[in-house]
Design a protein around this ligand. Structure first.
Ligand code: EPU
Length: 419
């Protein structure tokens, strides 16, 4: 098992470039299934979830390769609509292949998806939406077999603005017969990027960026070259890292608009921000102040994917704070590890009460999910002494090289490869 070695360090200082967005590129790779020919994704992050999605596409007969322009995906040789269990169960995003497979192959066969264990992650909304469009499913022992002779447009209101369900709805609709209206859609920037990619390929999606998408089915989509935007969650991770360590860092390509709710919180913590174009300077002069309550919400609210790094930051802040997690049912897993490091955190249902401590102590820690893993690396940087973080493969699902990034910012963080 590979581990990350972290030496407690002082304030972070330096400049950093943010990788392309994981949660944008995964549905865009699924969208490539609908496009015969070769698409090129520029600024695609080199992360294990992208590798896993590429292996899923290859298992369907597509080819994927990297060159100097980015990631190329050629789906003209796609012939297989059954997805291998070991890949599907290792990543939640495999479920967003269901819509495109039904659209292109008229059938799909896959197991229930896996992914980070951060609470119940049912797929009822995905299946309901696709059924409304004419798909029929047989489910046995967590295996899904779907058939759709002709996906047909209709009006569907999502019971909750789920990101993945909205994406599956878009992917199933762009080549469906007639017009689909999706109501109560997710507004996340990654959903918007999927729409921009598809519209560039010839789709007709209106209402992008609103909770009502109107999609007119088209006969054919065409290969495109598309630039993936910077990852707002990775950017947010380093913003909180500057705050927690009382550092001063520059982010060269900040997706500023997408970080509104995050920047509001760090300002409350006493952080100074200055922006020139996309260059954001983040400067925390004193120990961060506690915040009374931060609630995770769907976009444009505070993102659940930054809740763990926020928790680490509050664990070293001055005063008492509360976090309310409203998206996933079990996403406070790092609290136990932080408490072992000396943090004072009490979990009461959806709420975490955090009393900031001046010091955390180094420990051997175990990552249990992607974002929690990154938050433990930050905790190690804030702590006194040398920490070890196991299960770092979780972190590699979404961060190209967290050790490299933190080293750019002056911290001593290193991966130790164990054979
Ligand atoms: N939900 C259902 N039924 C469904 C689908 C979702 O009950 O059929 C529930 C989920 O259980 C959850 C809530 O709805 O409680 C929100 O889930 P959503 O579908 O919005 O999330 P997702 O599409 O599975 C994406 C991101 C997550 C991010 C969430 C919320 C990708 C690949 N994943 O997941 O990212 O936390 O949206 O913003 O886009 C991460 O990057 O670490 C990560 C987990």
């Amino acid at each position: 098992m590979d581990i990350i070695h972290v030496q407690g360090s002082g304030p972070l200082r330096g400049e950093i470039q943010i990788q392309g967005s994981k949660n944008a590129v995964l549905p865009i790779l699924a969208a490539a299934v609908l496009i015969e020919g070769t698409c090129c994704l520029k600024n695609c992050p080199h992360i294990s979830d992208v590798n896993c999605m590429c292996r899923l596409l290859e298992s369907m007969g597509c080819s994927t390769y990297w060159d100097e322009d980015g990631l190329k995906v050629d789906t003209s040789t796609l012939k297989e609509s059954r997805l291998p269990k070991e890949l599907v169960t290792s990543m939640r995003s495999s479920i967003i292949l269901l819509g495109p497979l039904l659209a292109r192959c008229k059938e799909a066969s896959l197991d229930y998806p896996g992914g980070c264990v951060i609470g119940d992650r049912p797929i009822d909304m995905h299946l309901h939406l696709l059924k409304e469009m004419g798909a029929v499913f047989t489910i046995q022992n967590e295996h899904i077999a779907g058939l759709a002779e002709q996906l047909t447009g209709t009006t569907i209101r999502l019971p909750f603005p789920s990101v993945g369900t909205t994406e599956n709805g878009i992917l199933a609709s762009v080549m469906a017969k007639g017009r689909t209206t999706l109501l109560n859609c997710a507004l996340e920037p990654e959903v918007q990027q999927l729409c921009h990619f598809l519209n560039a390929a010839g789709a007709k999606i209106e209402g992008v960026g609103t909770d009502c998408l109107r999609i007119e089915g088209v006969e054919k989509l065409y290969p495109v070259t598309y630039m993936i935007e910077a990852d707002r969650i990775v950017a947010g991770t380093y913003i909180f890292s500057a705050v927690a360590t009382m550092g001063r860092i520059g982010i060269l390509n900040t997706p500023v608009k997408e970080l509104d709710s995050v920047l509001e919180v760090v300002k409350q913590m006493g952080c100074r921000l200055s922006l020139e174009g996309k260059h954001l300077e983040v400067w925390q002069k004193e120990r961060p102040k506690a915040v009374s309550l931060v609630q995770t919400q769907v976009y444009p609210g505070f993102p659940t994917d930054l809740q763990s790094v926020l928790m680490t930051t509050l664990a070293v802040s001055d005063g008492e704070s509360q976090i309310e997690e409203n998206i996933f049912s079990n996403r406070f897993k790092i609290a136990g590890e932080l408490v072992r490091m000396g943090a004072e955190i009490r979990i009461e249902g959806r709420r975490a009460r955090i009393k900031g401590k001046e010091k955390l102590y180094a420990m051997s820690l175990l990552a249990e999910d992607l974002r929690g893993g990154a938050a433990l690396v930050l905790a190690g940087i804030c702590a006194q002494g040398n920490s070890l973080i196991g299960n770092c493969h979780y972190i590699e699902r979404g961060y190209e090289d967290i050790c490299r990034d933190y080293r750019f910012l002056g911290a001593a963080v290193e991966k130790i490869v164990r054979s």
